[in-house]
Design a protein around this ligand. Structure first.
Ligand code: NAD
Length: 342
């Protein structure tokens, strides 16, 4: 791909960025990267799956569902340069079981964020986390409610871009993995395998394991998001896909992680999930051209790091959903410094 014509100039170094879903897995890496760049970061998160301790100490934390009526006033008051919108019900399998809840969280939640940006006195750039599970063929319908919701939000992004001049960047992620991913079964397959290996349980494979996935480390995704926040962007507003550009089978992944853990490979096969796509490998040409980006973390290194992180943090990532844990803590102020030691 040749040079991409840009219609949106590079932002001067942003001073203030809002990260919705910043207490989640990807959001914690993004927040960490933004703080390293010297940006003031405001995390907005309902903690429905996110963890309070994922928010690094340098960030300000706002305990808020993006659908709450207080969001527009908060965005207006903070007047951010960029809003990075990651808050979502991020589990495609749960979405398949409850499409209504998925649409409420992901479609209505994203629309609430766009409206907050539109009605603020100064309009922020919006970076949105979509998925490579949306078929590249624009006529095709995505196979799951989760992907349908993401596609609907992409359309809203395009509409707000053309109607209100809001600068948007849609990033479609492949399978993101790394430290701090939810360790429960329905989280990403790397996290699920790490949890099972450390518990001495067989690795559970849905289907025959020959399905392929493109794994990209969360630090690489955070790097792409930072670039999307500051760099010139093309006029067309079309999505950019983020992945490693190569894929491996789930069986291969199981073998690699078992070897890294130093335990014999033990597998348990289950019925495939309807929401899963059979094969996924990402064409990163456009993201490379627009963002000057490529994934840098080698899979072997990233898997080793992730396994080590799960080994040293098992106690804190055990299957409890965060709201269960939150319920045991003293009531938190609604807006306060992050408490994570990242
Ligand atoms: N992890 C992946 O492999 C992957 C792949 C493709 C796309 N994505 C997208 O990336 C984003 C981040 O995913 P993740 O893996 O970090 O998931 P995550 O569950 O760890 O993070 C999502 C965060 O959003 C918060 N949240 C959910 N609904 C909210 C609401 N209504 N208001 C405020 N906060 C809310 C949760 O508490 C959580 O902290 C999501 O939009 C997801 O759909 C992730």
């Amino acid at each position: 791909m040749g040079r991409v014509r840009s219609d949106v100039e590079r932002l001067p170094e942003p001073r203030c960025v809002v990260v919705t879903g910043g207490a989640g897995f990807v959001g914690s890496h993004v927040t960490q990267r933004l703080l390293a760049e010297g940006v003031a970061v405001h995390v907005v998160d309902s903690l429905v799956t996110g963890k309070r301790w994922n928010v690094p100490g340098g960030a300000l934390f706002h305990h808020l569902d993006v659908r709450e009526p207080r969001l527009p006033a908060l965005v207006a008051e903070l007047s951010p340069d960029v809003v990075i919108h990651l808050a979502a019900a991020a589990d495609p399998r749960r979405s398949a079981n409850d499409p209504l809840a998925d649409a409420q969280a992901n479609v209505m939640g994203s629309l609430a964020v766009l409206e907050a940006v539109r009605t603020a006195p100064r309009r922020a750039r919006v970076v949105f986390s979509s998925t490579v599970a949306i078929p590249a063929d624009r006529g095709a319908t995505p196979s799951s409610p989760y992907s349908i919701g993401k596609l609907v939000v992409e359309k809203y992004m395009a509409a707000y871009r053309s109607k209100y001049g809001i600068v948007t960047c849609i990033l479609r992620f492949a399978n993101v993995y790394g430290p701090r991913q939810g360790g429960y079964e329905s989280a990403g397959v790397v996290a699920a395998f790490c949890g099972r290996l450390l518990a001495g349980e067989p690795l559970r494979i849905f289907g025959d394991g020959h399905q392929t996935r493109d794994f990209v480390h969360a630090r690489d995704v955070a790097d792409a998001i930072w670039r999307a926040a500051v760099r010139p962007l093309p006029a067309d507003g079309l999505p950019l896909s983020l992945g490693s550009g190569t894929s491996i089978t789930v069986l291969d992944l199981a073998g690699r992680l078992s070897r890294q853990a130093g335990v014999p490979l033990s597998l348990e096969f289950r019925e495939p999930h309807g929401a899963d796509v059979p094969h996924s490998v990402v064409d990163v040409t456009r993201a490379a051209a627009v963002l000057g980006w490529r994934a840098r973390v080698r899979l072997e290194d990233g898997l080793g790091e992730t396994l080590r992180w799960f080994a040293s943090n098992r106690a804190s990532v055990d299957a409890l959903p965060s709201h269960t844990i939150e319920g045991r803590l003293a009531p938190a102020a609604r807006s306060e410094r992050g408490e994570g030691g990242l």
